[in-house]
Design a protein around this ligand. Structure first.
Ligand SMILES: C[S@@+](CC[C@H](N)C(=O)[O-])C[C@H]1O[C@@H](n2cnc3c(N)ncnc32)[C@H](O)[C@@H]1O
Length: 319
């Protein structure tokens, strides 16, 4: 099978915001293995020289299966990039954002994709003590570091996306040792691994995508999480709760999914939370923050904390 490697090389006066806006285009159009690259002069302390890329280009890249529709998708990427560019020209006087994007594509075959993908994924410190490390990179952790080894394969969740990083940071803050943990939309299993390494007693992950379930299980195993502590299944939350009566209760529930899905499943999230439990929601874009907050209020949650990164919002709320 052949894949198309799409690279959006950009220049901007606000790199984090530009990175968010460009990666949104890639995620929104379903590209896989999306990574962001920001130039770095030298590896930071503790990072082996192969752990971070030292490059002078700033870009977001991802992969598309080479099919009848791939040219159409690439055209949409170009259109959205141009739209963003012209909007930023219009915005320049208001927000001060400048962005210039060049789209490049290249065809790679299946094996190359597997290897090429890996070459774009580096060690990332996502909180003061939590580091995500692709299993093929070298990294010397500090004494207090918690290292999550990940091979996301075709599933979402490298840790480099702000929606995941904000979730991990909120888990680190709100999870108490021996808590029970449910991750709805587990993807690569990264949040479950963070939960397990931060001391969760029992963990459950559900995802409606079979590939994600396989990848999550592999990653949990790679991180030496005791299989007696966790369970991952292909399911949706409503069916999971209907199949398990009385519904199991969890101290922490995470859902890094788009706002519309979060709102749709909020009633079921409430059913699966223990009294005093915490829900951590991410994947919310700023313009949807209001409707998610309104839904939380309607279900009787109180907001513990809201975090922002670029265009993204993550919320911790309590029952
Ligand atoms: C943005 S990814 C998050 C992955 C990972 N938890 C993270 O934080 O990086 C969202 C995941 O939710 C899954 N998903 C989407 N809608 C879902 C639903 N209604 N029920 C269960 N999983 C869902 C997708 O298959 C995908 O793996």
């Amino acid at each position: 099978m052949k894949w198309i490697h799409v690279k959006a090389i950009f220049e901007s006066n606000d790199i984090p915001l530009a990175e968010e806006l460009v990666s949104d285009i890639f995620f929104g159009l379903g590209l896989q293995g999306v990574v962001c690259q920001i130039p770095m002069d030298a590896p930071p302390e503790g990072f082996a020289s192969d752990a971070v890329e030292v490059s002078d280009e700033t870009y977001v890249s991802g992969y598309l299966p080479d099919s009848d529709t791939s040219m159409e998708i690439i055209e949409k990427i170009r259109e959205k990039a141009e739209e963003l560019q012209s909007k930023s020209e219009g915005l320049q006087s208001q927000s001060g954002l400048y962005i210039n994007i060049v789209i490049k594509t290249e065809i790679v075959d299946q094996e190359d994709w597997a290897e090429a993908w890996k070459s774009f994924f580096y060690v990332t410190r996502i909180t003061e003590h939590i580091v995500v490390k692709p299993e093929w990179r070298t990294f010397a952790p500090h004494q207090k570091d918690i290292v999550i080894e990940i091979d996301p394969g075709m599933a979402f969740g490298t840790g480099t996306h702000p929606t995941t990083a904000m979730c991990v940071a909120l888990i680190e803050k709100y999870l108490m040792p021996a808590d029970t943990f449910l991750d709805v939309g587990t993807g690569s299993g990264i949040l479950m691994i963070a939960g397990a390494k931060l001391g969760a007693r029992r963990l459950c992950g559900i995802d409606n995508d079979e590939v994600a379930v396989e990848v999550a299980c592999q990653n949990l195993e790679k991180n030496a999480i005791d299989p007696d502590r966790y369970h991952v299944e292909k399911n949706t939350l409503d069916i999971y709760l209907a199949e398990n009566q009385p519904p199991p209760k969890f101290d922490i529930v995470t859902a890094n999914i788009i706002s519309e899905v979060i709102i749709e499943i909020l009633g079921d999230i409430k059913k699966s939370l223990s009294d005093g439990g915490t829900v951590i929601l991410s994947g919310i874009i700023r313009e949807k923050e209001g409707i998610v907050l309104a839904a939380l209020e309607e279900y009787g949650f109180s907001i513990a904390e809201i975090r922002y990164e670029g265009e993204w919002v993550a919320i911790a709320a309590k029952l």
